[in-house]
Design a protein around this ligand. Structure first.
Ligand code: HSE
Length: 313
C-alpha cells in the first residue's frame, strides 16, 4: 500500500506509570503529565528523525514497532517518522512506550489499517525491545488505551481497562538521575524465581489494588501498592524510595509505588491527602540524598489519538 505524496499523520500518546507496586508487567496507568508526538509522512526511503533519538530503527522504539508493522502488512517503507519527545527519557514514565504507541497509532491511520486496540498494543510492545530488550506490554497498553489498564497474555494479548471509582490525582517525584539503559539494567536485577509465599502475597496485593480502584476503597488501593519482589531487587536505583513512601503515607497519600522501573516515584492522592507537605517532604528527601529533582501533579489521561480526530478514551 502506498500513500499519495504529501500525506501526513500525527499521533500523540501520553506517558504512563507501570506496575503500581504489585502489578509488575501487568498494570499501568496513563497520565497527562507528558506526551510524545509522532508524525508519519511520505518520504524516499525509511527515515527516523527527532532531537536526541536514535535514527537506527533497531535502537528506536517507534522505529522498531513501525518496521514490524510495515513488514507484517507488506506496506511501503517509503516514509519518515518524525519524533517529538515530550516524555522525559529514563525516568520510569513510559517514555519508550509512548513513542512506540504514538508511532503505531499514526501508522494505523496513515495506512488505514483499522487495527484493534490489542493489535496496536501487540505491535507497540515490540518497540520496547529496542529500549529494554523485552517486549513488556504494560506501558504501551496504557499509552494506547488510556486510563488504568490490566494486560493479560493468556490465549493472546488482551488489554482491559479498569474502571476507576473516585477522583484521584497523582504526584510524581522525578529525580534528575539518568542511568544509561536503565530499564534493561533494572530488568537484569530481577530475581530469577520467587517463593510460594511471595507469589501468594503478590496475588493478594494485585487483586486488592484492582478491587480498590474499582470500588473506590482507598485502603485496598494502599494495600495493593506494595511489593516485595520487584521493587526491593532494584532499590539501588531509587535509594530514597522507602523514606519518601513513609513520608507520603504519613500525609495520607492513598498509595505510593515506584513508577515503572524507577527512579520516579508515583503517589496516588485523594481529597484526604495533604499535598503541600508531601511536595515539601519530597524536595527535602531528594536534598538529603544529594539529588536534585521535581515533583509534578498529573491526572489520569485518555489514550493515544490521531491529531484532528476525536480523542479515544
Ligand atoms: N514493567 C516494566 C518494568 C516497566 O518494571 O520493568 C518498565 O517501564
Amino acid at each position: 500500500m502506498q500513500q499519495s505524496p504529501g500525506v501526513k499523520v500525527t499521533a500523540s500518546a501520553p506517558c504512563s506509570s507501570a506496575n503500581l507496586g504489585s502489578g509488575f508487567d501487568n498494570l499501568a496507568i496513563a497520565l497527562d503529565a507528558f506526551h510524545d508526538r509522532i508524525t508519519v509522512v511520505d518520504h524516499d526511503g525509511f527515515s527516523i528523525i527527532g532531537d536526541g533519538v536514535p535514527s537506527d530503527p533497531e535502537r528506536n522504539t517507534a522505529g522498531l514497532a513501525a518496521l514490524k508493522l510495515i513488514d507484517d502488512f507488506d506496506l511501503s517503507r517509503d516514509l519518515e517518522i518524525r519524533i517529538e519527545k515530550g516524555v522525559p527519557k529514563g525516568l520510569g514514565l513510559g517514555s519508550s512506550g509512548a513513542s512506540a504507541a504514538a508511532a503505531v497509532k499514526a501508522l494505523d491511520e496513515y495506512f488505514d489499517l483499522g487495527l484493534s486496540q490489542d493489535e496496536m498494543i501487540s505491535y507497540a510492545m515490540i518497540g520496547e525491545i529496542a529500549s529494554s530488550g523485552s517486549p513488556h506490554p504494560d506501558n504501551v497498553s496504557a499509552s494506547i488505551s488510556g486510563g488504568l489498564v490490566l494486560v493479560t497474555r493468556d490465549g493472546g494479548l488482551r488489554a482491559s481497562k479498569i474502571n476507576i471509582s473516585g477522583d484521584y490525582r497523582f504526584l510524581i517525584a522525578i529525580p534528575d538521575v539518568i542511568t544509561e539503559n536503565k530499564t534493561r539494567a533494572a530488568r537484569q536485577m530481577l530475581p530469577p524465581s520467587i517463593s510460594l509465599e511471595s507469589y501468594s502475597r503478590s496475588i493478594g496485593r494485585v487483586a486488592s489494588l484492582i478491587a480498590g480502584f474499582m470500588s473506590g476503597n482507598r485502603d485496598l488501593i494502599r494495600a495493593g501498592m506494595n511489593d516485595d519482589v520487584v521493587e526491593p531487587s532494584r532499590i539501588s536505583l531509587f535509594p530514597y524510595y522507602h523514606k519518601m513512601k513513609r513520608m507520603a503515607l504519613a500525609n495520607e497519600a492513598v498509595g505510593v509505588a515506584v513508577s515503572g522501573a524507577g527512579p520516579s516515584i508515583l503517589m496516588v492522592c485523594d481529597d484526604m491527602t495533604e499535598v503541600s507537605p508531601i511536595i515539601e517532604g519530597t524536595h527535602a528527601i531528594f536534598a538529603e540524598y544529594g539529588i536534585s529533582g521535581r515533583i509534578i501533579e498529573a491526572k489520569v489521561s485518555g489514550g493515544a489519538y490521531v491529531e484532528g480526530s476525536p480523542v479515544s478514551d
